[in-house]
Design a protein around this ligand. Sequence first.
Ligand SMILES: [Zn+2]
Length: 392
Amino acid sequence: MVETLLEFIRVPAIGPENGGDGESKKADKLVKTLASMGFDKIEKHEAPDERVPSKKRPNVIAYTAGEKTSETLWIVTHMDIVPSGEESLWTVTKPFEPMVKDGKVYGRGSEDNMQSMFASIFAVKALKNLGIKPKRTVGLCFVADEETESEFGIRYLIKKGLFKPSDLVVVPDGGNADGSFIEIAEKGVLWFRIRVLGKQTHASTPGKGLNAHRIGMQYALALDKMLHEKYSEKDEYFDPPENTFEPTKKEKNVDAVNIVPGEDVAYFDCRVLPRYDIRKVFEDVQTSAKDFEKKTGAKIETEIVHKTIAPKPTPANAKIVTMLEQALKHVRGKKPIVGGIGGGTCAAYFREANIPAVVWSTVEEIAHQPNEFAIIENLVNDAKIFAYLAII
Ligand SMILES: [Zn+2]
């Protein structure tokens, strides 16, 4: 398992929005690996995308026939990864030169989402080696485009009608460090861009221009305060229980220190409890932009770059929830906690389509950080849970 994980970390799959060439190389390698393990049926579903060299965003599905064919246990993981970020912060090893150290595999994508990807593959392989036929058909689903919009990934597959409401769906792309948390609800997600337009000038004569960077910072801070104050309710069912409003990405402005920027672009990532309407949140963003325009004379454009309305939670008594509870009790001797998180996994799209889905895995939650790692013990122990789900 470790060897395979190491091999795959060497093949980055980054979406075009993040400056990458997509998932094709990784998908081809994956198909070869799965074929060598004797999966019954391997399918490739390719979503057309002109922005990548192969013009396709591949999704791979590996089926294993079970006793019952009327329902399928789906384990859905994603092939794409986020970029390495600031490379100098990778102090253990380089992002795509994986390394094993102290029971951990280091490298970009090790935990998010390849730990679960290979846990699911080797769970089925173990059953095959033991000659155990799963109770129901098992579909291992490896999707593209999870880190951005999922348009070419899970949403594409759901639209194709591959999944049924009676199916059992596990999305092992989140969880907690001891594997006791079963996620059945997500917050709504809102990403927006703020573009402030002032007037560029020489920094020694700022009066001749209008500093978009200063106004951008002031506006972002005011917005930060307003959103936190206005949307302050908590829900202990979620982790974290409050709404989150985070200023995140910042676009490069001028090249020289002595130029007053005429344009300033920043982004917010907001995760909002289902009780709030995300559209209202954005309306407030727009209203305060208007106020700031009046106050400062700058032009402020706000635009949504991504939004997921929080779907109805998966019922706590759904079959897949009880199966997972049983598996955790039996295999790990653990009493699981069922609850909600900040959102943004493939599970939300299943729930939107009225297909119950749970998010579960044993992870340190270090996804997207430098020195990302997967704990080898988690890789093995999660495989046991997946194997157990296939046979109960
Ligand atoms: Zn992920």
